[in-house]
Design a binder for this molecule. Structure first.
Ligand code: CNA
Length: 354
């Protein structure tokens, strides 16, 4: 028996005894997907933000700084935008817990939506720090579609790639929680319900330094087994270590592999990975197609708009009939409909909820 196998034995026993797991996750479960965490010394985002000329690293996610200079956030946003990353072994393991009816809840600080992409249902996931799934104007709260946001973000010729609200010209941002903003009410509501019902707490890939999330493991009942899976020992596991805590100072995916093996879930894991990879590939193709047809539609739309403009000139001279006006309107609505469809497909791709 390897030392990791020995270390995880009490966790495996608790799971085999039927204890449902509540997970508390951070950026470390997604680093193997290619998304950097915040605080790892060499690879973390904060260590690599010099190019953004920030007064201090956290400023990139600070609402007051965003109001002053949104460019830094949008530079990073483009790099981290969901849709190009696949779930890690750890994310796939969450789906297996769900399939085996051993999942109670996944509290995640992550904004990458990878739990959902692995197939974990929305009802189980609490995205404590929001996600990229929706966007709003910070002034008037008007919603903006993800397609529109991405289009504005990548169009550097208009407003330097900073998405602005069509109604009030305020700044628009994805609904991820910045420092200085309130957490979603779902976080507080569900934790009120869940806190006393945790049977097995698994904390993984987090430095436990952002509150109130960091205090959740501390609020778990004293008799409940707590497990920390992290490259370093953090938070309450350092300051208030309990007798029945299991500390696994290892890589998240290494622990996921060991648990999957010990629980005899290897075949289910292989099938899960294959299914998600196939879906991801299929959805990427659908998205590519949607992009292609959107590109040709936008050139059609551009042509139609040109046509509309010249026809408007004629209209002003009373030379175009009412019937032609109606036809022109129909063409523009059809172009709008295609854009909506492409937006819907793109949303499905981003959420990839199974
Ligand atoms: P953090 O403060 O960067 O801490 C990450 C922790 O995970 C550190 O203790 C690392 O040592 C550890 N770690 C990193 N990689 C691994 C690994 N492969 N295996 C085991 N341990 C590892 O990040 P937190 O999540 O604690 O901080 C909360 C912030 C980070 C939230 O507001 C998030 O929105 C934000 N964030 C999210 C993402 C994402 O969605 N993927 C990425 C970057 C930052």
């Amino acid at each position: 028996m390897s030392s990791l196998e020995k270390q995880i034995a009490p966790v495996v026993k608790a799971i085999k005894d039927g204890r449902k797991a509540t997970f508390f996750l951070g950026a470390g479960v997604s680093t193997s997907c290619g998304i950097p965490d915040f605080r790892s010394p060499k690879t973390g985002l904060y260590a690599n933000l010099k190019r953004l000329n920030l007064p201090y690293p956290e400023a990139v996610f600070d609402i007051d700084y965003f109001k002053e200079d949104p460019k830094a956030f949008y530079t990073l946003c483009e790099e981290l935008y969901p849709g190009k990353f696949l779930p890690s072994k750890f994310h796939h393991m969450l789906k297996l817990f769900q399939d085996k009816k051993l999942l109670h809840r996944v509290y995640t600080q992550n904004i990458d939506t990878l739990e959902g992409i692995a197939g974990v249902h929305d009802e189980y996931v609490v995205a404590a720090h929001g996600s990229f799934a929706s966007n709003h104007c910070i002034e008037c709260s008007e919603a903006m579609s993800t397609t529109k946001l991405k289009q504005l973000m990548t169009d550097k010729d208009t407003n330097e790639g900073i998405p602005k609200c069509a109604s009030c010209d305020g700044l628009v941002k994805p609904d991820i929680v910045f420092f200085g903003e309130a957490l979603p009410s779902r976080f507080f509501d569900l934790w009120d319900e869940d806190a006393e019902n945790v049977e097995l707490a698994i904390v993984a890939g987090t430095s436990l330094s952002v509150y109130p999330f960091a205090s959740l493991p501390l609020e778990v009942g004293k008799s409940v087994p707590r497990v920390l899976v992290n490259n370093e020992i953090v938070g309450d596991f350092t300051t208030n270590k309990r007798k029945n805590d299991v500390i696994l100072k290892h890589d998240c995916d290494t622990v996921a592999s060991a648990l999957i093996k010990a629980l005899g879930w290897e075949d289910d894991f292989d099938a899960q990975v294959k299914e998600i990879e196939q879906r991801f590939e299929k959805n990427s193709k659908v998205l590519e197609k949607a992009d292609d047809s959107k590109a040709s539609e936008s050139s059609d739309t551009a042509k139609k708009i040109d046509q509309q403009q010249s026809e408007e000139e004629l209209l002003s001279r009373d030379l175009v009939s009412e019937a032609e006006k109606a036809q022109q309107q129909e063409q523009l609505s059809a172009a709008e409909e295609s854009e909506k469809l492409a937006d819907k497909i793109e949303k499905q791709m981003e959420g990839l909820r199974l």
